[in-house]
Design a binder for this molecule. Structure first.
Ligand code: HEC
Length: 165
């Protein structure tokens, strides 16, 4: 990943530093399943927040380019971090409240393949930022969303607060 825009890099770094501290702390070896699941849900919500913000920004007549870069950067950074959010022992068998299906841990290769497909689209999204083409970005955000949905449909139980893409 090449970050060309220093403003975005700084924003992303502040963002990752503030929330990343929490994530690193709770994803340590000693974290309980409850802590891992709590952090994972809030991280997934951060991903959702960046997605919605970017979608809204791109609908504006003149999207703010630094915000577009920030949100696309957040999607990529959180997306990369997602590789650590589903450690062994953090499934429903832990007895904790989670919408992650048990199959994540029995079909790990398929889960990882859906994750990898998502990351490819998130990278393409970030690569598009510099071109400042809102329509192309909106299309790519949609493509990215489809890979989020593909994983959710297979490995996430639906709940009453279902995220809308
Ligand atoms: C590889 C699989 C996978 C991908 C890719 C993925 N998610 Fe998720 N997501 C999950 C699973 C599993 C859960 C349930 C986590 C839990 O309850 O412990 C979840 C939960 C969520 C939640 C609900 C969190 C809560 O409990 O409040 C949101 C919002 C969310 N994801 C947004 C997204 C967005 C937006 C993307 C893409 C930009 C995305 N996810 C990509 C697997 C994925």
């Amino acid at each position: 990943m090449v970050i060309r825009n220093w403003q975005v890099l700084c924003l992303v770094m502040i963002f990752v530093f503030s929330d990343g501290m929490l994530a690193t702390a709770v994803f340590s070896r000693d974290a309980s399943p409850a802590q891992v699941i709590f952090a994972r849900k809030s991280n997934e919500r951060e991903l959702g927040g960046a997605y919605s913000e970017l979608k809204d920004e791109l609908k504006k007549k003149k999207p703010m380019q630094f915000l577009v870069g920030e949100y696309a950067g957040q999607i990529l950074i959180w997306g990369q971090d997602q590789a650590h959010w589903y450690p062994d022992g953090s499934g429903p068998a832990s007895g904790e409240d989670t919408n992650a299906k048990a199959e994540i841990w029995t079909e790990r290769e398929e889960f990882d393949a859906l994750y990898a497909a998502f990351l490819v689209e998130a990278e393409k999204l970030y690569e598009l930022v510099d071109a400042k083409d809102s329509e192309a970005l909106a299309r790519q955000l949609d493509n990215t969303g489809k890979t989020c949905i593909a994983c959710h449909e297979r490995y996430k139980t639906r709940d009453e607060f279902e995220f809308t893409f």
